[in-house]
Design a protein. Structure first.
Length: 308
């Protein structure tokens, strides 16, 4: 347990909506951090970013079934509400929404939110229906929360872009704040699924941030040709003892492959999805914006970006 006050826990949409309305009616700004739970230091960084942008911070904790496909880890996904509440308390979170499945998916529900285009490349073919599940649950959470600033990490870059597009297209009164990818001490992008890795699997997984680091450094040194950059990424991952699903250069605007021409800073990212053992890991760097993953220079709020 922490010495800080535990957040108020709401279990129903009606309770959550009333609590959020009360924040705004008192003239305070509301920050939101949607999560699956199994919280760690990267989630706390998002909470701190929400705190900097608002007066009251709310966190949602819900293992959303519709974003897990057949054979994925829904049943074994770590669940530790008591530990999550302690981490929320450490970050000064006031409100936590932790609903049951039936609260978010009423009996007979039939609606899904599909964001075309952005959801079809990169992870799309490997996780059919995943982004429809993500867009659906986030739309529900935004509907229940109302006007707020919501913070999402850039590690899940495709998810971030899908949510930004959905929010804009559906005219939702939510400002999206991007937060830099958080990393463990060895450079691996922080994820709740990292706990699945054995010591040897984790060592092999470090090939991902190393490959991204090589690409970021080469770009910083002046390499701008998309073909050269793509070949370099493939060569770096080709030496890894991983099962690579994709290692791709893609445009940041629409996530379509960047196959030729000159890459301007911020116009493209290097995106990787690979398995170390049975654990699926994703990571990325936006060329010209993100530091190399193993660069010891600090990352922080200066790299944050907002979108309506």
């Amino acid at each position: 347990m922490t010495g800080r006050a535990q957040p108020r826990v709401l279990r129903t949409v009606a309770e959550w909506r009333a609590a959020c309305d009360a924040v705004r009616s008192s003239g305070r700004r509301l920050g939101l951090v949607p999560t699956l739970g199994a919280l760690h230091h990267a989630h706390q960084a998002l909470m701190q970013a929400a705190r900097a942008a608002s007066d009251v911070v709310g966190v949602t904790i819900f293992v959303n079934p519709t974003q897990f496909g057949p054979g994925e880890d829904f049943d074994r996904y770590p669940r530790d509400l008591a530990g999550d509440l302690d981490k929320c308390a450490e970050a000064g979170v006031e409100l936590v929404f932790a609903p049951e499945r039936a609260e978010m998916y009423p009996a007979g529900e039939m609606t899904r939110v599909l964001v075309s285009g952005l959801s079809e490349g990169l992870c799309g073919p490997f996780r059919p229906g995943h982004f429809a599940g993500v867009a659906t649950i986030v739309a529900k959470l935004f509907s229940a929360t109302g006007p707020c600033t919501a913070v999402f990490g850039r590690k899940d870059y495709q998810q971030l872009r899908v949510i930004q597009r959905m929010t804009s297209d559906l005219l939702l009164p939510v400002r999206i704040l991007e937060h830099p990818t958080q990393r463990d001490a060895d450079g691996l992008a922080t994820s709740s699924r990292n706990r699945y890795l054995s010591a040897s699997e984790r060592e092999r997984a470090l090939a991902i941030p190393r490959a991204l680091g090589v690409l970021a450094q080469r770009f910083a040194a002046g390499t701008r040709d998309a073909v050269q950059l793509s070949q370099l990424l493939a060569a770096e991952l080709g030496r890894a003892e991983l099962s690579v699903e994709y290692a791709e250069l893609a445009r940041t605007s629409d996530l379509q492959p960047f196959t030729s021409g000159t890459v301007e800073p911020g116009a493209a990212g290097a995106f990787i999805a690979a398995r170390a053992g049975s654990t699926r890991l994703i990571d990325n760097v936006i060329l010209g914006e993100d530091r190399a993953p193993l660069d010891p220079a600090p990352r922080g709020p200066a790299a944050e970006r907002t979108s309506a």
